[in-house]
Design a protein. Structure first.
Length: 433
């Protein structure tokens, strides 16, 4: 069988669908986090193996969240923050509208400036757009680390979040009351539990209380606040549009149509990549085949990337760290690929869009393995590891642990694997949040 599949249309969704391609095996091993780290001697043997192994595939930036460079459209100018006083008494939690519809976010348009009502109306009227909503977006510091944050109307936006988070009325009432809604990963691995106080610095700084944890399911977005709080911190108003498309729509074509509507300074990011193999030229649903095969990672690049990754064994996991001495999961991936001259996006959900899906039986060293580990967004890609070959992988697992080499985990949380295309990776890095 050809490594990159048959003529079947596949979707790689950051928030909703799995990265399945071909027949994935059933759970075989316990979670990698529960497997003891490989000893130094064995790790050294792997380093030697990687330098000499045959059969590698032929053909930059830091991970986790928030420390690497991001497109300017997501940045609030880095002004010296001035602390703003908080009200002495907090009102009772406000009510929010009940959840009526769940709408996956398929595309996001972001600009430095506000989108006019006419632009939003034009996007909503495009054929294939099921719904669209304007929100505030900025990349700001949360306790000193840059994080992409959305300012939203909780009642209207909740339907665009991952299902468990969308259904959590307490989460949205907390946001409406002025709390910071953090992603599950940032809250747990960044050691910011509900009730803790954090400094959020945009044009102005505020000390906010962390409310309930919940992941919205948009790649790279680790926090939400109410539009009122966003305004008080100087977020651009309504400078982002989240779009839910008809599942039968041609997402690539829709992206081009939206790009023509929004100002030239805006960026339109496709959150779902529709792929059709060469055997299905023209493709199902009119989606043109994507030329994955040209420009996959070379053998030399793979050797350099894997050697770099293995050299980090034993270094600590730190949420938001991207090397060279500490890492989170996607930070390790981004740093290792950068040593081979390959630019990768910052977070695991975006790294899952950097190449074609690979069946387990066709895995090769250098392929990326992805996992669903977030109970607030079960379909969201929240962990990544690098396949080393011979049934082993390297990962930065979780707080309190170090970069380790462990048996490949094909358990219930396994989402699939991809073969990285440097060109697609660079494009994803340029448009990711």
């Amino acid at each position: 069988m050809d490594r990159h599949g048959t003529g079947t249309v596949k979707s790689v969704r950051q928030g909703g669908s799995r990265l399945r391609a071909g027949n994935l095996v059933r759970p075989l091993l316990p979670r990698a986090r529960r497997v003891p780290r490989v000893s130094g001697a064995v790790a050294g043997a792997f380093a030697a193996l990687l330098a000499t192994a045959a059969g590698w595939p032929g053909a930059e930036q830091p991970a986790g969240h928030g420390t690497g460079p991001a497109p300017g459209v997501w940045l609030i100018p880095r002004l010296e923050p001035q602390a703003m006083p908080r009200p002495s008494a907090q009102p009772a939690l406000p009510t929010v509208s009940p959840l009526r519809h769940l709408r996956p976010v398929d595309l996001v348009a972001v600009s430095k400036d506000q989108f006019t009502p006419g632009v939003l109306a034009a996007v909503r009227h495009l054929h294939g757009v099921a719904a669209a909503l304007a929100v505030d977006a900025a990349r700001v510091r949360v306790n000193g680390k840059f994080v992409a944050v959305l300012g939203v109307d909780p009642s209207r936006f909740r339907g665009y979040a991952a299902k468990p988070t969308a259904r959590d009325t307490g989460f949205w009432r907390s946001v409406a009351a002025g709390d910071l809604g953090l992603s599950y990963t940032m809250g747990t691995q960044g050691k910011l539990p509900p009730g803790s106080r954090v400094t959020v610095s945009g044009r102005h700084a505020e000390t906010l209380t962390v409310g309930r944890l919940g992941t919205v399911g948009i790649g790279g977005v680790d926090a939400v606040v109410s539009d009122t709080v966003a305004d008080s911190m100087g977020f651009p108003a309504r400078n982002a549009i989240v779009v839910s498309a008809d599942p039968k729509a041609n997402f690539a074509r829709l992206t081009k149509q939206i790009t023509k509507i929004v100002p030239h300074s805006a960026t339109v990011e496709q959150m779902v990549v529709q792929q059709v193999s060469h055997l299905g030229a023209g493709g199902a649903a009119g989606v043109p085949a994507q030329d994955w095969a040209s420009g996959l990672v070379t053998r030399t690049q793979t050797r350099e990337m894997l050697s770099a990754a293995v050299s980090r064994v034993g270094m600590p996991y730190v949420w938001g760290a991207a090397g060279p001495a500490s890492f989170d999961c996607s930070g390790l991936v981004q740093w290792a690929f950068r040593q081979a001259g390959i630019l990768m996006p910052r977070v695991a959900a975006d790294q899952a869009r950097t190449g074609p899906p690979v069946p387990v039986r066709e895995l090769r060293p250098g392929d990326l393995l992805f996992y669903h580990t977030d109970p607030t967004a079960p379909g969201y890609i929240s962990h990544v590891a690098i396949y080393l070959g011979h049934g082993w992988m390297i990962q930065a697992p979780e707080p309190g642990m170090d970069v380790e080499i462990v048996p490949v985990d094909l358990g219930s949380e396994f989402a699939g694997a991809v073969d990285v295309s440097p060109r697609i990776a660079a494009e994803a890095a340029a448009t990711s949040v």
